[in-house]
Design a protein. Structure first.
Length: 330
């Protein structure tokens, strides 16, 4: 059933993508605000209580509705519920329009527009970036966004479905990523900043939760890209990125495409504003790294990134289809 749920969600999302300020995103933001406002008292155990409520309640709600539909209306309605949850949590179109606009600007040689689009997307200062650095940053942000919006969600949804948890795994993964990103953003706001306790709880939980999905994504990139180079970069260059999990993904991407990634990070220019647009995944908080080997980034690599991600998704779907077929025949 998980194969059909993912397939339907991806097809619907391609036809009718969600806006960034959709009702589900607003509800997640309101719920995260409420938990931090009422449970963030600054102590370590308060941080874990706030995180557990912010992430656990939506996940349990998704699980409860799945089981309720299974017991009362049957598997077809539970499948529809899974498709709806995946439509909200899974999808390229929630971030790919930024990537496409920048790529198109570079294709026509309008580097000034590309810099402006990159600065608006990630709220960074990109005025003096050379062409190769524009491409590098776009690749890095896009690959991490693709992992968090698509491949990581696929991993947790598939694991949850295998354990009979329905779409709860997808909700758990996306909410874990969201609350950590929101509290890091809120900490930098001038009014009512998030405490260090909730940030540490969210960061530690996210490192554990994303550990396996990040390595599955890196392995998928190696399989559908240049395997030997990707594995070699993963082994030798992942440590160049302070982010344990993001470094694995970026190093594998570098090897799979033979492109240089990592280096000096852009300065954030995020305004102190409370808007969903300021909460895009893979934002300017991505740490700087020492860099990898490979060719200098070129606009052609942007199309290679698209192919790499899509081939990874096809690989996922093929594996799920084989498992579904084996279950039906067994």
């Amino acid at each position: 059933m998980s194969f059909f749920a993912i397939l339907c969600a991806l097809l619907i999302e391609q036809v009718r993508p969600l806006a960034s300020d959709n009702p589900a995103a607003r509800a997640a933001l309101a719920w995260t605000r409420w938990t931090s406002r009422n449970f963030d008292a600054g102590k370590p155990h308060h941080g874990w209580v706030a995180w557990s409520l912010a992430v656990g309640v939506p996940s349990l709600l998704a699980l409860g509705l799945h089981w309720l539909l299974m017991l009362t209306l049957g598997a077809p309605f539970a499948l529809i519920w899974s498709v709806g949850v995946l439509y909200v949590t899974l999808g390229f179109r929630q971030f790919s329009h930024h990537f496409t606009e920048i790529r198109d600007a570079l294709d026509v040689g309008d580097e000034a527009l590309a810099r402006s689009l990159l600065a608006r997307w990630q709220r960074v200062d990109a005025e003096e970036l050379p062409r190769s650095e524009i491409v590098r940053h776009v690749i890095e942000y896009s690959v991490i966004a693709a992992h968090r919006h698509v491949l990581g969600v696929l991993a947790w949804f598939s694991l949850g479905a295998l354990l009979g948890l329905g779409p709860a795994g997808a909700v758990f993964y996306r909410m874990s990523e969201f609350v950590g990103r929101y509290w890091a953003y809120k900490h930098n706001a001038m009014s009512q900043p998030a405490s260090v306790a909730v940030q540490q709880a969210a960061d530690r939980a996210w490192t554990v939760i994303d550990w396996l999905p990040a390595r599955i994504t890196a392995l998928g990139f190696a399989v559908v890209g240049s395997f030997e180079e990707a594995v070699d970069a993963w082994r030798n260059d992942a440590r160049n990125f302070p982010g344990v999990n993001d470094g694995v993904i970026l190093a594998a991407t570098s090897g799979a495409l033979n492109v240089r990634l990592g280096g000096e990070q852009l300065r954030s220019s995020r305004p102190v504003a409370d808007a969903l647009l300021d909460l895009d995944p893979a934002g300017a908080s991505m740490p700087a790294g020492g860099g990898t080997s490979g060719r200098e980034p070129e606009p052609a690599h942007l199309r290679s990134v698209v192919g790499l991600v899509w081939r990874s998704v096809v690989l996922w779907m093929l594996l799920l289809a084989l498992l579904t077929l084996a279950r039906l025949l067994g």
